[in-house]
Design a protein around this ligand. Structure first.
Ligand code: SF4
Length: 291
């Protein structure tokens, strides 16, 4: 097993446990919610929860895929919980959220991939908190346009789907996913008039050139928002970190994305796709006429 690399200083964060963090943690537990913050051991959990922001994961905590970078359990999932949309809406209301990120495991076992519960969750949250900005980070639904349309009709503020890594790594790192299909989902969302977002990890072994090509391909889809962060290995049985990318290199990726026409590019070691940024909030508010 590859020797674990020592984390550089720029990746060392102190997870604060302020009063709002404690309240958020209690609520998440009380409402039996799954969060990516916990499942993915996100380094920004402290900052986000202190701001009352959490990324809720719906459709259970077991995924039908097995991405090698992901900490979520990969096994036959349990049946979906029809009450989950109400619980997510309850959490959003009780946490006093202005924005929420909803994501899910991939449910290749369901005829609609879970799209129906996705749309129901968005509607439930909006009925409880009418002015909330709902960001969706969807699976690929096997490329089903019917499923994508169900989510789109619920009018999410941000329509997100992560590319995660470069084309050459898909078969080894993201089995069951398809690079062109995922690019196609971004382009579909753009044609549908949605604000489209994607997230990418660096440090899995890709070259600078491969990352630049990926950013170029994302720009070609008309994607509005791109987040790029350092890959961190969830456990020793997951895909190893090939290198810790220097902050200066993230800056170069940011510049490539902006030159390619992507409106919002957030690129730095600790960036995660559901990380809150004023830049994104201002862009989305501007596009949705909320300023
Ligand atoms: S599809 Fe998503 S939740 Fe499932 S293993 Fe891959 S990254 Fe994790």
């Amino acid at each position: 097993m590859a020797k674990q690399r020592t984390k550089p200083d720029w990746l060392k964060v102190r997870i604060g446990h302020g009063p709002r963090y404690v309240r958020t943690a209690a609520l998440v537990k009380d409402l039996h919610l799954h969060t990516v913050c916990e499942e993915a051991q996100c380094p920004n959990q402290g900052a986000c929860w202190e701001h009352g922001r959490a990324t809720v994961m719906i459709l259970g905590d077991a995924c039908t895929r097995g991405c090698r970078f992901c900490a979520v359990r990969s096994e036959q999932p349990a049946a979906c919980d029809a009450d989950e949309p109400r619980r997510v809406a309850d959490a959003a209301a009780r946490m006093g959220l202005q924005d929420i990120v909803v994501t899910s495991v991939t449910r290749d076992d369901l005829p609609d991939g879970g799209a129906g519960l996705w749309a129901e969750t968005i509607r439930c949250v909006r009925s409880r908190v009418p002015d909330i900005a709902i960001e969706t980070l969807i699976p690929d639904f096997g490329g089903s346009e019917l499923a994508l349309e169900q989510v789109a009709q619920a009018d999410p503020a941000v329509f997100g789907h992560n590319m995660e890594t470069v084309a050459g790594f898909y078969s080894r790192v993201r089995p069951g996913a398809d690079y062109e299909r995922s690019l196609g989902i971004l382009a579909w969302g753009r044609r549908r008039g949605l604000i489209v977002k994607t997230g990418v990890m660096a440090g899995l072994g890709e070259t600078f050139g491969e990352m630049a090509a990926l950013i170029g391909a994302i720009a070609q889809t008309g994607c509005d928002i791109l987040y790029i962060g350092q890959y961190l290995q969830p456990s020793r049985s997951h895909w190893p970190v090939a290198r810790y990318v220097e902050p200066a290199e993230f800056d170069r990726y940011r510049d490539i994305g902006r030159r390619g026409g992507i409106k919002v590019v957030v690129s730095a070691p600790l960036v995660r796709s559901s990380y809150y940024t004023e830049e994104q909030a201002a862009y989305v508010a501007g596009k949705r006429g909320k300023v």
